[in-house]
Design a protein around this ligand. Structure first.
Ligand SMILES: NC(=O)C1=CN([C@@H]2O[C@H](COP(=O)(O)OP(=O)(O)OC[C@H]3O[C@@H](n4cnc5c(N)ncnc54)[C@H](O)[C@@H]3O)[C@@H](O)[C@H]2O)[C@@H](O)CC1
Ligand SMILES: [K+]
Length: 518
């Protein structure tokens, strides 16, 4: 599903109206009706329920009048309070205000006198609040009095349904620079706005409902930007069902190069995750002195010893062995737990320009490239990098804070400059492809910030490439399934006790949740 900024949505609305001749009033009517449908689900029956609609002066307020009208027609008791002078309301919003008035209904403006006390009084006898104060037209911070009203609404304990976006939230950043509606549900029109997906916006939005308002699908297909929210349906389309006569050769061979003394667990997690995510054959290659330990740790995953420095790290000479192993592999997963000793760094830097199969580079594989990041451009095959913000900061030679400030642009920049798929981990993992497409992952939870979690992700992404997904799809699907496995784990164990092993354990169930039993 595409994700848009306020400006992009406005352009789609305008094109629908001007070029496709869908009247603005029809869009507004559809928008209001769809919110009413969600309210009916939340309340069960609306007849006899008391619903208070807060409207602003813009089109978001216009939606509010449509909502009020339909709820009234359905037998609810509806009050409309305006955070605007009524003569400021124009266009389609004014048309709907006038219908409301013609129906003999009033609108109370809160602009004069003691608005706050009126709000408190009205809320005492309200079952549900509709927030139609500000939508995508909101910028900056609301005036103090409106801010106080918003705080009273939030503190009322009544469920709030936000229209399009919670008032006070910036549609493009997901940030709120002042008071902001804390919604139980947000009903957003046509496409999710970026700010509803990014944190903390996603928290303010509560449960998100994306509803159709008759923006032509062909227009969205043609003009909405290549920025996507990753969904289970998308992944199901990418991952074709397994033929009944399938054999392990159909699902690809993953070579994992990972681990060093003290970090054999990383290599195990990558290998086991690759297998659990559906790769046909998985081989884990580790420094020779660790090989026997790996053989006893792993059952279904094959192991290969590589030249060792004698201290449990790969030696520079391991490069040649790895290149030979690549002849029998479809994808290389490189990096977790390799360590950053100089021999390993040199080996990784010398190896990568000779790799001719898709590779997933993570952790110490990326650390080895800090300062020599142009090596990424020399790899003659598709590459996925999976840095956490600290690793990305080292690669870009900036601070982690700078990375976190604008995660989407940073990932996009990395992808185009280095010609890789860049998967930037963290709350709302972002996947950026070199062609400019951006994918945002909605799954996962803070409990997944635990050692080894990233190793599992590396294995999953590699396994999905092995099964035929393109690197951007594999990275996106990998982030989604990995996050979902973490969410399932957290439901049983809680976030505090969640480990990478729990994520691994839940991978098959997460995969099944997305693609069914195929
Ligand atoms: N034809 C369309 O464009 C459609 C628009 N729709 C609705 O219209 C909304 C967008 O409408 P608008 O563009 O009129 O904008 P809004 O209804 O979001 O209202 C913004 C109004 O508040 C003002 N404002 C902005 N920042 C403010 C601040 N910090 N403090 C006080 N006032 C501030 C703006 O000047 C504007 O008048 C959407 O979110 C959606 O709910 C829907 O009805 C569907 C069709
Ligand atoms: K709103």
């Amino acid at each position: 599903m595409r994700v848009v900024t306020a400006e992009e949505m406005k352009k789609l609305d305008q094109t629908a109206i001007k070029e496709y001749k869908v009247p603005g009033l029809v869009l507004m009517e559809n928008a209001g009706r769809q919110v009413v449908e969600v309210i009916r689900k939340v309340l069960g029956n609306v007849r006899g329920k008391v619903i208070t609609v807060f409207v602003g002066k813009g089109n978001n307020g216009g939606d509010g009048f449509v909502i009020a009208r339909h709820l009234l027609n359905m037998g609810a008791e509806v009050k409309v309070l305006a955070i605007a002078e009524l003569d400021e309301i124009t266009g389609d919003a004014a048309t709907n205000l006038n219908i409301w008035r013609k129906m003999g209904q009033k609108v109370y403006s809160l602009q004069h006198g003691d608005g706050i006390n009126i709000v408190r009084l009205v809320l005492m006898n309200t079952d549900l609040i509709v927030d139609a104060i500000y939508g995508t037209g909101f910028r900056g911070k609301m005036v103090e009095k409106t801010g106080r009203i918003v705080e009273v609404l939030n503190g009322s304990g009544k469920p709030i349904v936000a229209v399009d976006i919670p008032s006070g939230l910036e549609a493009d950043t997901g940030k709120a620079s002042g008071p902001c509606i804390q919604a139980a549900h947000t009903v957003t029109f046509a496409l999710p706005k970026l700010g509803l997906i990014l944190e903390p916006g996603a928290d303010y939005a509560g449960e998100l409902h994306v509803v159709d308002i008759s923006i032509p699908a062909v227009l969205i297909e043609k003009e909405a930007p290549q920025r996507y929210l990753i969904t289970g349906e998308m992944i199901k389309e990418w991952l074709s069902p397994r033929p009944s006569d399938a054999h392990k050769g159909n699902f690809g061979r993953v070579l994992v190069v990972a681990g060093s003394r003290g970090m054999t667990g990383a290599a195990c997690l990558v290998g086991e995750a690759a297998l659990r995510a559906g790769a046909g054959l998985v081989t884990v290659a580790v420094p020779e002195s660790l090989h026997d330990i790996m053989e006893s740790k792993l059952t279904e995953v094959m192991t290969v010893p590589l030249p060792d420095t004698g201290k449990g790290h790969l030696s520079r000479g391991a490069r040649q062995n790895i290149l030979s192993l690549l002849d029998n592999a479809d994808v290389l997963a490189l990096g977790p737990g390799l360590s950053t000793v100089p021999e390993v760094v040199a080996m990784v830097r010398e190896l990568l320009p000779s790799v001719r199969i898709p590779c997933v580079i993570d952790a110490d594989g990326l650390n080895a490239l800090a300062g020599e990041v142009e090596i990424l451009r020399k790899i003659q095959a598709p590459v996925v990098i999976t840095p956490h913000p600290g690793e990305m900061a080292r690669l870009m030679d900036v601070t982690t804070r700078e990375i976190q400030e604008d995660r989407l642009s940073i990932a996009g920049k990395a992808a185009t400059i280095w010609n890789v798929v860049a998967l930037l981990k963290g709350a709302r993992t972002v996947v950026a492809a070199p062609d400019g497409a951006i994918y945002i992952n909605p799954t996962g939870n803070p409990g997944m910030a635990t050692g080894g979690s990233g190793d599992v992700l590396t294995g999953v992404v590699a396994a999905l490439i092995a099964q035929g997904l393109n690197p951007a799809q594999a990275a996106s699907a990998g982030a989604y399934v990995h996050g979902l496995a973490g969410d399932m784990g957290a439901r049983i164990k809680g976030m505090i006790g969640l480990t990478a092993g729990d994520i691994l354990f839940n991978l098959p169930a997460a995969m099944m949740n997305v693609v069914g039993t195929d």
